[in-house]
Each structure stands twice: as structure tokens, then as C-alpha cells.
Design a protein around this ligand. Structure first.
Ligand SMILES: C[S@@+](CC[C@H](N)C(=O)[O-])C[C@H]1O[C@@H](n2cnc3c(N)ncnc32)[C@H](O)[C@@H]1O
Length: 361
């Protein structure tokens, strides 16, 4: 009897695209069924249960099946083993592409070329000449350009800080960021026009805003959870030894709120914050740590104590959030963004409701 033949990339890709759609129509599904993802991620890194990274390459067992699954694939690590580039989860990519509402011929700007896979999907629907994509890492741009050409796509790609846009190719009808932002970069807004749709990851969510001219834009967050690697920049480490010397104060906030229930609103109220947790042998959370890029650090213990140091009292922000959201998980799509020439702010339910200013830098 003959061995059953191994699935081909094309057959896996067709199944993958059909599964992504969940029976909902989207013109982007044809792009997912057409663009060979394996060309853009010939190798990626996978973390085992101990946090160690292992490289998986084309030809390894399970490689193609993982490429054609709804998995974010880490493609680059820094010297500390922290991911610096990836091909995002395809279902999230689809949600963002759908939210863009782009049609063939629309001029599109992408911040965060990465592997080039999204740029290939965009090029396949909008046309090569319509797509501009920028990555901060010149080596990634070199690789992506090569892989895009191998797949038959020729968008304009270049290295640089994507937050600055590419003014000489503006104005753009659609702008997408695939690197985590804390606000919509003003340079990108100045390269848009009235009606331009901007889709960008902010904190643990993705916002869709429409530009209305005069430096103004407004929109809401998509219901999908998301976390994108941040736009690269300087950051300070947490000062856990310093915070241990601070006076303990009382808190009634359950520490797990920071990790789950309030994770998304906290990412708007404390842009760019990081968090970690400590657990006992049963897996129960016993404490959480929070830190910001200016070095402000807070640790909270499940026993109801908190310590905080630095320019910003991070736990005070957590307490204020609990007063706005005393219970339940607030829905992402109830949050919005308003941009005026005076600044950008996030709000809950109503632009005049509870709001949090977006950092300007
Ligand atoms: C999640 S990956 C992008 C995924 C990509 N769209 C794809 O399809 O593979 C995020 C990328 O943003 C890039 N990035 C980070 N900061 C950036 C910046 N300031 N300007 C442009 N790209 C940036 C990173 O180098 C990384 O490649």
C-alpha cells in the first residue's frame, strides 16, 4: 500500500484561508489563499514550557502545519531573547485588513514591514504600486524585499522610523501600523486626507480611526484582543530592589485584575507599561509588578499591600481604573480615540466620558 502523501503548501494554504474566514466573506481571504506564507517565514522561533527558544525551519516536522495555522511566528530575537519581529496571528491580520476597508488602487502606508507577509497580502489586493511599507530594521527590509520579489510582489519598501511616514508618496488613503503604538504619529496624520482610515495597535487593542481633516480624527477600538511588539525605542528596567525599600500601603484591588480584567484599559491609562507576576506552587498569583519606561515601579501583593516608587505612582492609576470599572471586563469596542490639534485621548463609551490622554512622544 502507498504511504499517504504529505499535504502540500497549496492544500494547507487553502484550508487555512477557509478556516480563517469562519464562513464570513472577506476579499482578503483570497489573498490569504494565494500568498505563500512559508516564503516569508522560512524559519521562526518557538518557546518551550521552560521559556527556551528553539528554531524551526522549513523541512522540520510540523513546520508547514504551524505556518498554516493561526499562530504568530517570532522571526527575530534580540540579545536578551526578546522578540523584535514576527509574522502576526493571521486572524488578527484579517481583522485589521477588514477594518481598513481598502479597495484596489487605494494608496496604503504600512508601518512595520517585518517579514513582508502583510505587505504581500496588501499588494495582492491593492496592487504593488499602491503599497508603501517601512521597517526600522534595515536587515529585515533587505530580507522582506527579497522574499516579496520571490513571491512576485514589488511594493515600495524601505528602512526608517515608520512613525515619520514617507511624505513624498503621500497622501495615503489607508494607513496601517503593525508595530505597537501609544498614539497615532502626527507625521502619519499629516500624510493622510479627509476620509483616510487608520488602523493601529495601541496597548492591548487595535484602533480604527477616520481622519476628518484639520488635524482631527476619531474612531473606536476593534473587539479583537491584540498585542503587538512595541515600536522600538529606549526603555528602563523595573527597579524591584528599590521598590522593596518603599513603605507598604494598603490596597483592596485584587492583583489579578491587572493581569486580566483591567489589562486593556490599563494599557491605555499607562501607555507602554510592562507587567510581571509571581505565583505560588499551585499557580495562584501572589503578586504583580508594574513598571513604566521612566523607571517608575510598583509591586502589589495578594495580601493587600502595595509599594511604589518613581516619578509616576503606577498603582494609583490602577486604583483609579477600578473606580471606573468596579467589576466585569469592559469591552474593547466601548473605547474610542479622539484626535484634535491639541492632542489625542482615549475614552470609554463617550468622548465626554472617562478619558485618558495619549502620550505625545
Ligand atoms: C509584528 S512585526 C510586523 C509584522 C509584519 N507586518 C509582517 O507581516 O511580518 C513588527 C515590526 O515593526 C517593526 N518596527 C518596530 N518599530 C518600528 C518603527 N519605529 N518603524 C518601523 N518599523 C518598526 C519591527 O522591526 C518589526 O519588524
Amino acid at each position: 500500500m502507498n504511504e499517504p502523501s504529505a499535504p502540500t503548501p497549496a492544500s494547507l494554504r487553502a484550508k487555512f484561508a477557509a478556516a480563517l474566514g469562519d464562513g464570513q466573506p472577506s476579499e482578503w481571504l483570497t489573498a490569504f489563499a494565494t500568498v505563500p506564507r512559508e516564503l516569508f517565514v522560512p524559519r521562526f522561533h518557538q518557546q518551550d514550557g521552560h521559556g527556551r527558544w528553539h528554531e524551526v525551519s522549513d523541512g522540520d516536522p510540523g513546520y508547514l502545519e504551524t505556518v498554516y495555522s493561526d499562530t504568530a511566528l517570532t522571526t527575530q530575537l534580540d540579545e536578551h531573547g526578546l522578540p523584535t519581529s514576527s509574522s502576526s496571528e493571521p486572524r488578527l491580520m484579517l481583522a485589521m485588513l477588514d477594518a481598513l476597508g481598502a479597495t484596489p488602487g487605494d494608496r496604503l502606508y504600512e508601518m512595520g514591514l517585518g517579514t513582508g507577509y502583510n505587505a504581500a497580502l496588501l499588494s495582492s489586493v491593492l496592487g504593488d504600486d499602491s503599497v508603501v511599507s517601512v521597517d526600522v530594521d534595515p536587515e529585515l527590509v533587505r530580507l522582506a524585499r527579497h522574499r516579496l520579489a520571490a513571491a512576485g510582489y514589488y511594493p515600495f519598501v524601505c528602512a526608517g522610523d515608520g512613525a515619520e511616514g514617507r511624505a513624498e508618496r503621500a497622501p495615503y488613503d489607508r494607513i496601517i501600523a503593525t508595530a505597537g503604538l501609544r498614539h497615532i504619529p502626527p507625521a502619519l496624520l499629516s500624510q493622510a486626507h479627509e476620509g483616510t482610515v487608520v488602523v493601529a495597535p495601541i496597548g492591548y487593542g487595535v484602533v480604527r480611526a477616520v481622519v476628518s481633516g484639520g488635524g482631527e480624527a476619531a474612531g473606536r477600538f476593534l473587539p479583537v484582543p491584540a498585542f503587538f511588539m512595541r515600536r522600538r525605542g529606549p526603555a528602563r528596567n523595573p527597579d524591584f530592589s528599590g521598590v522593596e525599600r518603599a513603605v507598604a500601603e494598603a490596597t483592596t484591588v485584587p492583583v489579578s485584575d491587572v493581569l486580566d480584567r483591567l489589562r486593556f484599559p490599563l494599557s491605555l491609562a499607562l501607555p507602554g507599561y510592562s507587567t510581571c507576576s509571581w505565583r505560588d506552587e499551585t499557580g495562584q498569583v501572589t503578586g504583580v509588578g508594574l513598571w513604566a519606561e521612566d523607571g517608575s515601579t510598583a509591586t502589589a501583593h495578594a495580601k493587600g499591600t502595595v509599594r511604589q516608587i518613581g516619578p509616576e505612582r503606577l498603582w494609583d492609576t490602577v486604583e483609579r481604573l477600578v473606580s471606573v470599572f468596579p467589576k466585569g471586563v469592559p469591552a474593547r469596542e466601548d473605547f474610542g480615540l479622539t484626535i484634535t490639534p491639541d492632542g489625542q485621548r482615549y475614552w470609554y463609551r463617550d468622548p465626554k466620558g472617562p478619558c485618558w490622554p495619549a502620550p505625545s512622544g
